[in-house]
Design a protein around this ligand. Sequence first.
Ligand SMILES: [Zn+2]
Length: 269
Amino acid sequence: MTPLQHFIEAHPRLFVLTGAGCSTDSGIPDYRDRDGQWKRQPPVTYAAFMHEPATRRRYWARSMVGWRRFGNALPNATHRALATLERRGQIELLVTQNVDRLHQRAGSERVLDLHGRLDEVRCMNCAWRLGRHAFQHMLVARNPAWAQLDATDAPDGDADLDGYDFSQFHVPPCPHCGGIAKPDVVFFGEAVPRERVEAAAQAWQAADAVLVVGSSLMVYSGYRFVAAAAQAGKPVAAVTLGRTRADALLALKVDAPCHEALAFLHEPA
Ligand SMILES: [Zn+2]
């Protein structure tokens, strides 16, 4: 039995926090290297998206290209292992920093999308919402010349589309009020909605221990739950490649690919 298996057996109710490392096997790149440093240009900030039309054109042009693969990504063995853990009754709540909905597609139900979901678009001025697949049709209809472009995938459904003049890219406004259409995700520099923070805080308090999977915890929104739980005396285990911001707080650290560390939860196909 591995130390992680012991940890999970010893703590029947887990607060699970997941990050980008869960989804890399599904072909979705992550932002950070083993040292927790940016691998690439930091993502678009909330302020830039809301205040700069040029930033929105560039964002949606890249997203239109990146969505083709991101929108079709499938859950992998790590998502399935965590869904198995939930079926065993061991998950109080799974809080994910990912916006890809792959935990849900693998069968997990007790999931909180801390940073929202990329498969929905909403108006920042009224209650209009639309599925991202339908919004893709609106983007393609207005920008047919861009539809054939291809580029390397970047995190969060982005694509490395560079060297293009985005000034002619047309971003559809909200069909009801003309407002700004934004993916229903929390951008960098944007606050996580309070009810999500409260739901996560209640869940770690009800749990016996914390299990971090595939996150370096460099983003404060996730780190704060781990830090608070550790301070309250809850043991924390982390499965991730490389350094985490919470290394000093960990009862157990497993520096291995997520699917390998969780292999004992894999069910025969
Ligand atoms: Zn609107």
